[in-house]
Design a protein around this ligand. Structure first.
Ligand SMILES: O=c1ccn([C@H]2C[C@H](O)[C@@H](CO)O2)c(=O)[nH]1
Ligand SMILES: [Zn+2]
Length: 132
């Protein structure tokens, strides 16, 4: 699975976004250590805050399927710059992704930025912070 193949999967699933409110489609594709790819699109709701972002849909699909080890992710939206994940998604990513995991953020013009988890959410609250 090349970086471009992963981005292509994110672009494809983006078409399934349920976005009657924002009309802003986002797609994500997540690779597990077992080599599987889990994809996600954003799913909105009439009660706006209930919306789930594409990144979390992909992560939660994988977790529910028993996959907990992740190696790479791609996220795409029709943005001017590579799409920046929201704060809630960054926190969920930091729960499951290794600090050196690479996340490819891109747009429909192939402007791509690859960033490590620890740089996407530095000084993040972790499970270990609750253990003295
Ligand atoms: O990285 C992002 C940013 C936004 N959204 C979604 C949430 C909402 O449906 C719409 C507008 O915020 O885009 C994502 O899925 N991922
Ligand atoms: Zn988000």
């Amino acid at each position: 699975m090349s970086k471009q193949q992963l981005i292509d999967q994110a672009i494809a699933i983006r078409e399934r976004a349920y976005v009657p409110y924002s009309k802003f489609q986002v797609g994500a594709a997540l690779v597990t250590s077992s080599g599987k790819v889990y994809t996600g699109c954003n799913i909105e709701n009439a009660a706006y805050p209930v919306t789930c972002c594409a990144e979390r849909v992909a992560i939660f699909k994988a977790i529910a399927d028993g996959e907990t080890d992740f190696v790479e992710m791609a996220v795409v939206a029709d943005t001017e710059r590579p799409v920046p994940p929201c704060g809630s998604c960054r926190q969920v990513m930091s729960e499951f992704f290794p600090s050196d995991m690479q996340i490819h953020l891109t747009n429909l013009h192939a402007n791509t930025m690859t960033i490590k988890m620890e740089d996407l959410l530095p000084f993040s609250f972790q499970k270990s912070d609750m253990e003295k």
